[in-house]
Design a protein around this ligand. Structure first.
Ligand code: DOR
Length: 420
């Protein structure tokens, strides 16, 4: 068992009673009170960890159910080892009102598997003009604010969002992109975009917004969370902000530490993502940032799109790739490469994301709710379109062999997915 929240890394038995961690320790008595059904999971070679939490998922419902539904997205999450996912607000209607928040929560409760944590929009309709119904959504259960998919271009509006975020103790997640610089761009601006003749997105488009939002966090005292960091300069900016005790956290996505813009040479639209795949130097800086703790969290940015949308030319296809079912395998590569220890890696998938969302999960302390992910770090598998639970197939990792996977996902003591 590895539980970074308690500094635990040892052979141990975990006893779950009534959906909670009843006790930890060697030689636990395998008995269940009141004659309730008993199940013993013997998992040699596996790691028992707190349930993995993804702070960046697009579930597409309401509005885009042809790409993904709450049910199919949560099934993909469970299969990928996630016991909780934060659902972004760029649905239709946008989650900018408590009625939408409640609808998402109700539908997820009906599915009854992986937990859904709704993220409310910063601005009404993601239009960047006026604030959304933040107070109402807070009461309805949002865990954070974000216009993800769209940047908040107006710094004054972002300042106000942070002031409200601070008031309601909600972090503000920032999709950092200066649209003046990204307009028309479809991939990283550099030698490969020049060779391919595709319009580019410079790294500076991200960096200037990261700097702005760090300044706004310093000014307002709010917690800003930088989403999908993709450049070396962003990593540096976050590092320096943390040194100054500004309330900033940051996430990276597996595709941004696995692939570079070289992957686009075949014009596979499944490599189109926002922010774009960057350079080998950026990948190295991201790995260093993961190592030294600058980057707190690994998040999937699971972004399903229908095959008919992706089967267009590179410039017309929408940006995004699914990630819930490849995230753990791609992240474990960091452990196999010696970039991170298992404890460091698991912290970035459990206690750090749980703390960001303000949930009590991410720990297996005695008495806590039994949300658990069991992984087999050495088990290999091939990413196969026919076995994915997501309704969409837009991933450049089809056919890749990955090493390490989730073999059981447990929510509130119930096994919601298993490959045991
Ligand atoms: O590639 C992306 N796709 N990046 C985003 O920020 C949004 C996402 C989507 O919603 O498709």
């Amino acid at each position: 068992m590895i539980d970074p929240s308690q500094g635990l890394d040892r052979h141990i038995d975990v006893r779950i009673v009534d959906g909670h961690i009843a006790s930890l320790g060697a030689g636990q008595e395998p008995s269940q009170p009141q004659g309730l059904p008993l199940r013993i999971l013997d998992v040699p070679g596996c790691v028992v960890a707190p349930g993995f939490v993804d702070v960046h998922t697009h579930l597409r419902e309401p509005g885009f159910e042809y790409k993904e539904t709450i049910a199919s997205g949560l099934a993909a999450a469970a299969a990928g080892g996630f016991t909780g996912v934060a659902a972004m607000a760029n649905t239709q209607p946008v989650n900018d009102h408590p009625a939408v928040t409640e609808l998402m929560r109700r539908r997820a409760a009906a599915v009854g598997g992986t937990r859904l944590y709704p993220v409310g929009a910063v601005s009404a309709g993601l239009a960047g003009k006026e604030l959304s119904e933040i107070g109402g959504m807070h009461e309805a259960g949002i865990v954070a604010l974000s216009d993800d998919g769209m940047p908040v271009m107006n710094a004054r509006l972002m300042r106000r969002a942070m002031e409200y975020g601070r008031m309601f103790d909600l972090p503000v997640f920032s999709h950092c992109e200066d649209q003046g610089l990204t307009a028309g761009g479809v991939m990283h601006e550099g030698v490969v975009s020049t060779a391919l003749g595709l319009p580019g997105v410079p790294g500076a488009a991200e960096n200037v917004m990261v700097y702005r939002d760090i300044q706004l966090a310093a000014m307002t005292g709010a917690h800003v969370h930088i989403q999908h960091v993709s450049t070396a300069e962003s990593v540096d900016l976050v590092r320096r902000a943390k040194e100054q005790d500004i309330r900033v956290t940051a996430e990276v996505c597996p595709h941004h530490f696995t692939l570079t813009h070289e992957a686009i040479r075949q014009y596979d639209t499944n490599t189109k993502v926002n922010p774009p795949l960057r350079t080998a130097e950026d990948v190295e800086a991201i790995k260093t940032g993961l190592q030294d703790g600058t980057i707190d969290i690994i998040a999937s940015d699971h972004a399903p799109h229908h095959v008919t949308e992706k089967e267009q030319d590179y410039e017309s296809a929408p940006a995004g790739m699914i990630g819930l079912e490849t995230s753990v395998g791609l992240s474990l590569a960091l452990y196999h490469q010696g970039v991170l220890s298992l404890t460091q890696l698991i912290a970035k998938l459990t206690i750090h994301p749980a703390r960001l969302l303000g949930t009590a999960h991410g720990t297996l302390e005695v008495g806590s709710v039994a949300d658990i992910t069991i992984i087999a770090p050495d088990q290999t598998f091939v990413v196969d379109a026919s076995t994915l639970y997501s309704q969409s197939r837009n991933t450049p990792f089809l056919g890749w062999q990955l090493r390490g996977m989730a073999v059981a996902t447990i929510v509130g003591g119930n096994i919601i997915f298993e490959r045991l």
